[in-house]
Design a protein around this ligand. Structure first.
Ligand SMILES: Nc1ncnc2c1ncn2[C@@H]1O[C@H](COP(=O)(O)OP(=O)(O)OP(=O)(O)O)[C@@H](O)[C@H]1O
Ligand SMILES: [Mg+2]
Length: 703
């Protein structure tokens, strides 16, 4: 008997030691997993750095040319730029890219959203003999581009699932026999990977020497490391294999060095000339607002923000997490007097197109969309992009918010953040490649009340830091911040989870907040220094602890959904022992109001600008397929406002031949009525208007 007791006692001891060991093993395995992940990343980075060094050492056949030098086509290019595209000067890198394409090189272009990538392939497409093929991922994007080109009188068409038989026949004839007028053909990647018929026509076009250029827009879709991988993009490598002598240009706004390497490999363009421009968008003001846990309050705030800051129907986008949320938010905004439509992937193509058109023509003010709305949307005068909840990564946020201000004018990117939104996203992305890591990067961006928002983008894209110039909330904030010592609160959270895990229980973030509050009531007396935290601050602390790996998320599928639970992370022990002080940054009061952006933005339209704006809308409604911004860009309106041309000849010098031929008489009529006709009212009026000072925040423009 006694012997049995001794054995049982030892058995218990061994079992408890085993339990202890298993915990340690679990922690070590977690650490191992993280280290493996980091190891893989570092290896990839090393590989990239070696390859790019090798390529630059061992590729004398790609001479380092001066792409901004003189070329035989200079005058032709300048003439087309100004007279056809109505663009008065190049933006950074555009000229160099166009020259390298005109020289027949393959080119990789990384240029920020709105930087002007389209011109880089559209201009050579117009000048080179033959047809340019453009691969683009979305129907809406293709439609935008084709309509824009048609407005400039450039023969462009698209071949997609919506193309009618007659146009399809016309396109196939143009490819096969060189009949009809076709300069630029847009297709979705599925056409390349799925339509044998199309590929055979394209081959015929190539054999006849009529395929002049291949452009892959939104090229990051090729890489599964990018934020918007599309399987059909993977097959685009075939284009270089089939048409090795045709220059290829791949363009994207966002590509980390890993994605760049991937693109070069997948598209088979190892000798491509690479142009990388800054990711900085100096005209965008970034801010994060605290989001209320009450849905209606959030909508009230968004509605107030729109109607107070943008009372003149200025265009904007509100991004939502789910389709249902989109519909709800659009309805509620309409209920508050804002003309808003929703847009998501569940709608049929016709309905989506209708919504897109209304907005593009500024007939509705806001599109409330899911991620389905927008890659590369070409509306240049989007003044604000609001995120109703956080995006799934810094890259996605950069891309989505980057739809604001593509015309270079001051615009605003606002993100409504609540820590409780993190698990909503994490349960959607945890199975993706680096999904959680990416989400935690944007959560870090949102949680920060001190760091420059712009700086976070530079860090993410591995670029040297540039001045923010007071264009983010954290850089201009006058709110007093204080650091709360949350070491004791952290101990409570960790011990709570430890207890729960011992009892095989789990808690979601919100359940953990409730449990914390109950426990706090009973144990607060133990530490007379620890301050009481508000509910939002507890949520913020838990997310901070997840980001710092004291805690971590675990996921479980149910029949209807995936639940995200908060459990102990690899670094829970030092936190429990209070060895690592934990600080939580808190703001003394909520939102800040005065900032430089607001005064920059308050650049009211002059009467003349308002009239020209009305005129472009009228012309747009008269000609079904032309957008107001294709008639005159906001930049061109400002130019006319400054120079007040009153003759066709003067006008042509400002906006080029094609637009003057098309809209010159309408414009001159407006100019004359507003300036009291006068050439003679001239100089005085001109000076006055120039002095009004147009606020352009451009990156690097060249003459
Ligand atoms: N040199 C220029 N001067 C003035 N405006 C320009 C110039 N180049 C392009 N633009 C205008 O800038 C806007 C954005 O250009 P574009 O659509 O080519 O951007 P993008 O780089 O393709 O952006 P995204 O990544 O969002 O697709 C357009 O309205 C275009 O007409
Ligand atoms: Mg584009």
């Amino acid at each position: 008997m006694e012997e049995e007791e001794i054995i049982e006692e030892e058995l218990l001891l061994v079992e408890s030691q085993l339990n202890g060991l298993q915990d340690k093993i679990k922690t070590l395995l977690d650490q191992q997993e993280e280290l493996y992940e980091r190891q893989a990343q570092l290896k990839a980075l090393l590989e990239i750095s070696k390859t790019s060094r090798d390529t630059s050492n061992s590729a004398p056949s790609v001479p380092l040319e001066d792409w901004s030098g003189k070329f035989s086509w200079d005058s032709q290019v300048d003439d087309t730029r100004f007279n056809v595209f109505g663009i008065s000067s190049y933006r950074s890198n555009q000229r160099e890219i166009i020259n390298s394409i005109m020289s027949g090189k393959d080119v990789l272009v990384i240029m920020a959203a709105g930087g002007g990538k389209s011109l880089c392939y559209q201009l050579p497409a117009v000048l080179r003999d033959g047809i340019t093929l453009v691969v683009s991922p979305l129907l809406s994007l293709i439609q935008d581009q084709v309509m824009g080109l048609a407005a400039l009188g450039i023969p462009a068409h698209m071949l997609t699932s919506t193309t009618n038989k007659e146009i399809e026949k016309f396109i196939y004839k143009a490819l096969e026999k060189g009949e009809g007028e076709l300069k630029i053909l847009y297709v979705t990647p599925e056409k390349i990977s799925k339509s044998k018929r199309f590929m055979s026509k394209l081959e015929k076009c190539h054999h006849a020497g009529r395929l002049s250029l291949v452009a892959i827009d939104e090229a990051h879709c090729c890489s599964q490391w990018g934020h918007d991988f599309r399987p059909d993009y993977k097959n685009l490598g075939i284009l270089k294999i089939q048409f090795p002598s045709v220059p290829m240009i791949a363009l994207t706004a966002t590509a980390t060095s890993k994605v760049q390497m991937d693109l070069i490999e997948m598209l088979h363009i190892p000798r491509s000339v690479k142009f990388v421009s800054t990711v900085n968008r100096p005209n965008l003001f970034y801010r994060v607002y605290e989001k209320s846990s009450v849905g209606k309050v959030v909508i009230d705030e968004i509605a107030n923000f729109i109607s107070e800051s943008y009372p003149n129907n200025e265009s904007g986008i509100v991004y939502c997490f789910s389709r249902k949320e989109c519909e709800q938010v659009a309805k509620e905004l309409r209920g508050r007097g804002i003309s808003a439509d929703y847009y998501h992937a569940d709608m049929d193509v016709v309905a989506r197109e209708k919504v897109h058109m209304r907005w593009s023509k500024s007939k509705s003010q806001v599109i409330v969309g899911t991620v389905a709305f927008g890659m590369g949307i070409n509306k240049p005068d989007v003044r604000f992009v609001v995120h109703h909840s956080l995006s799934k990564s810094m890259e996605t946020y950069y891309q989505e918010s980057g739809r604001a201000g593509r015309d270079g004018l001051p615009s605003e990117c606002v993100l409504y953040y609540r820590p409780g939104d993190v698990p909503r996203q994490s349960s959607m992305v945890f199975y993706e490649n680096c999904g959680l890591q990416n989400l935690y990067d944007i959560a870090r961006y949102c949680q920060s009340k001190k760091n420059c928002r712009r700086g976070a983008f530079f860090q993410h894209f591995g670029e040297a830091v540039q001045e923010c110039n007071g264009m983010c909330d954290n850089c201009v904030s006058s709110i007093e911040l204080k650091d709360i010592d949350a070491t004791y609160h952290t101990k409570i959270i960790v011990s709570l989870l430890q207890e729960m895990q011992q009892n095989d229980q789990r808690a979601t973030l919100l359940q953990l907040v409730d449990k914390f509050k109950t426990k706090w009531k009973h144990s607060a007396g133990c530490s007379n220094e620890a301050v009481d935290l508000k509910k939002e601050e507890i949520e913020q602390l838990i997310v901070q602890l997840i980001l710092d790996r004291v805690l971590k998320e675990e996921f479980q599928h149910t029949a209807y959904t995936t639940n995200a639970y908060v459990v102990l992370g690899p670094l829970w022990k030092p936190a429990l022992q209070g060895n690592r002080p934990v600080k939580l940054t808190s703001a003394s009061h909520s939102q800040d109001s005065g900032d430089r952006f607001k005064s920059a933005k308050r650049n009211q339209m002059s009467n003349l600008e308002a009239k020209l704006d009305d005129m472009r809308r009228t012309i747009s409604s008269r000609n079904g397929g032309i957008f107001p911004h294709a008639v005159l860009s906001t930049e061109q309106i400002s130019l006319l406002n400054c120079h007040t041309p009153t003759t066709i000849a003067e006008l042509e010098k400002l906006i080029g031949k094609v637009k003057t031929d098309k809209y010159g008489s309408d414009i001159i009529e407006v100019m004359r009525s507003e300036t009291g006709s006068g050439k003679d009212s001239g100089d005085g009026a001109k000076r006055q208007k120039k002095d009004k000072g147009v606020v352009f925040v451009e990156s690097s423009e060249e003459g």
